[in-house]
Every structure is written in structure tokens, then in C-alpha cells.
Design a protein around this ligand. Structure first.
Ligand code: FAD
Length: 493
């Protein structure tokens, strides 16, 4: 007897929907993938800065990088410039690469701390080639992944690009239509089918909710609770606007803190994405828009768009036969560009735990447990930016100064402050990032590891100076970012 194909139904065609569709279509055999979306319901239309893990996602899917960047007007991103975060007028770059070289017992920050006591002038980031190159506006891909990078992309064009790839596959189909009802089985409570306004019905085995903030399947139909994290991350609104480019694209995202929120600038080949993220408790929409428009360059190419959101997460990301991916599963503000990363993590996790011969409770529990740990760690990393700061110049910053923070974050901050250690669990993201942000925001450890004292003062000084010169030499040998894009992946837009 011929085995029946597993049918995966993806509800929603934003970034989450199309990333899920291409992965399921290309990587899971003996499945039928159907994506339903409504042209009358717009996607969120933002989400343009990424982190380096996107390279891996594209590698496993066999996506051609130059072709993808041409199609999305993409640029390279070496990190994020945090401006006015530690204090007004201060800036540092959280770059994606490794900073310096340490030894088995002590990471590089311990050597740098001793160097500082000996009068070293170089900043921590001066030992990271990605950071040095970002400041110089230089970029090139180098052999053996010698430069770590991510991308800036046009979100709408990315979804279109993935859709075109999906539609080349005979096991995939897209259905245009508005979902009017989610039908549940009376016995199991699982999703049986989706009824569309047109009257047609889509049934399936596994349903992926990519309907964005509406969360039609996981939230509305299955009533999966939403855990609110707004006591730590108080921002709840964004205003986004696109402008014409006025200068060659910088190889980094800019994040500029304001009195009651922060502003992003994401340079693409053909335009710049801008926005203000703020808390409606501390700033009115009118003031936020005014502040944003006063701080953008170039002619606007869209009208400013307001987006409300609630920071938090579903208590279960996989519930019965439904997995929530993207905004339906929760939201953390884009300060560290982690949402698209979380989408791809959800997809790869689902692929790793893909149900064979039916869905079991153990698959669901494992998936939910792993997801929970992942998101909580990123949540802490984002909160870090608001609490390790000297800013207390407005009620917004005073609130952050005095708020209670998660125990897990408190532990990390105290550990680093006392002894310079950053201890991450297994495959947690961001080891160098934690260090760069803690030091960038002004948290300097009180002590360094005694193993560093095995070197004499002269040896430490020479070791650090030589390393810094090497990073400078490597960065100086790279071409300007825009010149590299021009020859590698020029977009026609
Ligand atoms: P959406 O884009 O909202 O898509 C929902 C889909 O569901 C649409 O196709 C819609 O048509 C469909 N749909 C909804 N209801 C129905 C219905 N009844 N019938 C049929 N179809 C339906 N992430 C990053 O990684 N980097 C960033 O820089 C970044 N910046 C952001 C800035 C802001 C202000 C915000 C709010 C988010 C940002 N994000 C960022 C997050 C990122 O935008 C999202 O994670 C990503 O776009 C995924 O969205 P989505 O596909 O889940 O939802």
C-alpha cells in the first residue's frame, strides 16, 4: 500500500510563512506543503536586520547568497552601533566576530582588563576585526569565514524571493484567501481544517501558525496563553518609515537611544529602513513620529506606519498539531535583530523533531522546553541594554534603573562584574556579544583571572598591541562595503 503523504498547512505568508514553506518544501520528503495567505491582509512589512545565523539557514536550503542579496537589495551587516545607550553622546559597536584571543582558562577580556590597568588605550572592540572594519566602512567575504557577518534585507522582497523558490516545487501550493474559521476536532481538540471566506476548506496533519500578531490558530482557536513580559520590556509601539539613501550603505545597523525609546536605521542598497520603538506610557504617538522625522535623512518613500505590539511569548509554541512560528509565537523588540533568527530556530527545531508516524507528547514537550530556554536567554540579553547604563535622564530611563530584573540576568551581570566570566549554556547564542554589550554599556569587571599574571607586564602589553595591529591590518585590507556589493551582488532596484 502506498504511504500517505504528511500534509503541512502553513497559515500566513509573511517572512515566517515563506521561510517555513521553503524549508519544509526543500528538506522534508514525502510531504505536501500548502500555504494560505490573504492579499487583503498586509504583512507587518518590517524585519530587515538579521544576525549571522541566517547564513546557516540559507546554506542548508541551498540558497545562493549573491542571488538572494540581489533580489532583496541586501547589504552586509557586521554589527550594531549603539548610540546614546550608555550615556548621551557615547557609542559602541556590538560586532559579530570574536574579540581577541584568550586561553583555555580565561577569555580575552581578562587580558584586556590587565592591559587597561597597565595603561592600554585601546577599546575592547578594537580587538575585533568586524568592529574595526565596520568603523572603516569596509567589507569583503574572506576565506574560512574569517569575517563574521549578517545581512540587511528588504522584508517584502525576501518573502517574494522565497515564494518564487517554493513555487518551483511540485509538492508545494499556495492558496489565496482569507481564513474565516479554524475547525477543531471534537474528540482530540486538534485542528482539522481551515475554512476560507471563499467557502473552501483546507485540511491537514500539521498546521503552522504564521498569521502574525493575529495568531488565529495557536491563540484564537487553541487558546494558548500569552506570557506578558512588558514589566521588563516596556516598549509597545513602533513607527516605521522608509527613506531614500543619501550615502553609501554602512555595513552595520544603527540603534540610537532617545528619552523614551530608540530609533533604528537599516541601510539597504536602494533605500533605508527607519523606525522609532517607544513606550506609549512615556511618549505619545505624535511626539514619537515628530522625533523620528526630525532624525531621518533623505526623502520619505513611504508614509509613517504605526505598529502596536505586546512583548512576551506563548506558554506553548507547539500545542496539539499546531506550531506557532513568527509573531504568532511571541515578540521581543528588534534591538538585537533576533526575531528572524527565532523564526529560523523554530523551523530547524521543528525539522530536528519532525513528527514521524504521528505527533507525540514527548516531541511537543521537548520542542517547547528548548524554545523556552532560547527565548528567555534572548529576552535577558535585550533587557541588559536597558539596565546596564548610566542613563537616568527621563522617567523612562529611571523606570529601567529601578526595575526588578529576571534572576537569570541578575546572575549574569553579577558574575561578569565580579570576575569577568560569561558562562553560557550549551548552544546558547551570543558569547562574545554578551561581553561586547556589557563592556560597551559600561560594565567593567572588578577583577581579572589570575592566570593572566603568568605573563610579565611587557609580555601582556606586546601581546595586546600586536593583536590590535593585526586586526587593523586585516580590516584595512578590505574594500569599501559599497564597492564590494557593487561587484558581488548589485541589485537592479
Ligand atoms: P506577518 O508579517 O504579520 O505575516 C502574517 C501573514 O498572515 C500575512 O501573510 C497575512 O496575510 C496572513 N494572515 C493573517 N490573517 C490571515 C487570515 N485571516 N487569512 C489569511 N491570511 C492571514 N525582526 C528581525 O529579525 N529584524 C528586525 O530588524 C526586525 N524589526 C522589526 C521591527 C518592528 C517594529 C517589528 C514590529 C518587528 C520587527 N521584526 C524584526 C520582527 C519581524 O518583522 C517578524 O518576526 C517577521 O516579519 C515575521 O512576521 P510574520 O511572518 O510572523 O507575520
Amino acid at each position: 500500500m502506498k504511504e500517505r503523504k504528511t500534509k503541512i498547512v502553513i497559515a500566513g505568508g509573511g517572512t515566517a510563512g515563506w521561510m517555513t514553506a521553503i524549508a519544509m518544501t526543500r528538506l522534508i520528503k514525502n510531504t505536501e506543503v500548502e500555504l494560505v495567505e490573504s492579499d487583503n491582509i498586509a504583512t507587518i512589512g518590517v524585519g530587515e536586520a538579521t544576525i549571522p545565523t541566517m547564513q546557516f539557514f540559507h546554506e542548508i536550503l541551498g540558497i545562493n547568497e549573491a542571488e538572494f542579496l540581489k533580489a532583496t537589495g541586501g547589504t552586509f551587516k557586521l554589527g550594531i552601533s549603539f548610540e546614546n545607550w550608555k550615556e548621551k553622546g557615547h557609542k559602541y559597536i556590538h560586532a559579530f566576530g570574536e574579540t581577541g584571543k584568550g586561553c583555555w582558562a580565561a577569555d580575552f577580556q581578562h587580558f584586556w582588563l590587565r592591559g587597561k590597568l597597565l595603561g592600554l588605550k585601546h577599546q575592547f572592540g578594537d580587538f575585533c576585526v568586524e568592529q574595526v572594519a565596520a568603523k572603516m566602512g569596509r567589507f569583503a567575504k574572506v576565506k574560512n569565514k574569517g569575517i563574521n557577518f549578517a545581512y540587511h534585507i528588504d522584508a517584502t522582497k525576501y518573502a517574494q524571493y522565497l515564494r518564487a523558490l517554493c513555487e518551483k516545487n511540485s509538492s508545494f501550493s499556495r492558496i489565496e484567501g482569507k481564513i474565516a474559521k479554524v475547525n477543531l476536532s471534537e474528540n482530540s481538540g486538534e485542528i482539522e481544517s481551515l475554512s476560507l471566506e471563499s467557502g473552501s476548506t483546507i485540511s491537514g496533519d500539521l498546521f503552522i501558525d504564521c498569521t502574525g500578531q493575529r495568531a488565529l490558530l495557536i491563540g484564537e482557536a487553541l487558546n494558548t496563553p500569552y506570557e506578558d513580559w512588558s514589566q521588563w520590556l516596556v516598549n509597545d509601539t513602533a513607527i516605521a518609515v522608509q527613506t531614500e539613501s543619501t550615502e553609501p550603505a554602512k555595513p552595520y545597523t544603527r540603534s540610537i537611544a532617545h528619552d523614551s525609546g530608540w530609533q533604528w536605521k537599516i541601510p539597504l542598497q536602494h533605500r533605508v529602513g527607519n523606525g522609532m520603538i517607544y513606550s506609549s506610557q512615556y511618549m505619545s504617538d505624535k511626539d514619537a513620529e515628530k522625533r523620528l522625522l526630525e532624525n531621518i535623512q533623505g526623502k520619505m518613500v513611504t508614509t509613517p506606519k504605526k505598529i502596536a505590539f505586546k512583548t512576551g511569548t506563548r506558554t506553548q509554541h507547539w500545542n496539539k498539531n499546531c506550531v506557532a512560528i513568527g509573531l504568532s509565537s511571541g515578540f521581543l523588540e528588534p534591538l538585537e535583530s533576533t526575531s528572524i533568527h527565532l523564526i529560523q530556530r523554530s523551523i530547524t527545531r521543528l525539522l530536528e523533531l519532525f513528527p514521524v508516524n504521528g505527533i507525540r507528547g514527548t516531541d511537543i514537550d521537548e520542542y517547547n522546553q528548548q524554545t523556552k530556554v532560547d527565548i528567555a536567554s534572548i529576552r535577558d540579553f535585550i533587557i541588559l541594554h536597558y539596565v546596564v547604563t548610566e542613563r537616568e535622564d527621563s522617567p523612562y530611563w529611571q523606570y529601567h534603573k529601578n526595575m526588578e530584573i529576571p534572576e537569570t540576568l541578575k546572575h549574569r551581570i553579577e558574575l561578569f562584574q565580579r570576575s569577568g566570566h560569561v558562562c553560557l549554556k550549551n548552544d546558547e547564542l551570543f558569547e562574545d556579544s554578551w561581553m561586547q554589550v556589557m563592556i560597551g554599556q559600561g560594565l567593567i569587571p572588578e577583577n581579572y583571572h589570575p592566570i593572566v599574571d603568568n605573563m610579565s607586564d611587557q609580555e601582556v602589553t606586546k601581546f595586546l598591541n600586536d593583536m590590535q595591529q593585526l586586526e587593523l591590518k586585516k580590516a584595512s585590507s578590505l574594500p569599501p562595503h559599497h564597492a564590494y556589493i557593487h561587484q558581488y551582488c548589485p541589485s537592479k532596484h
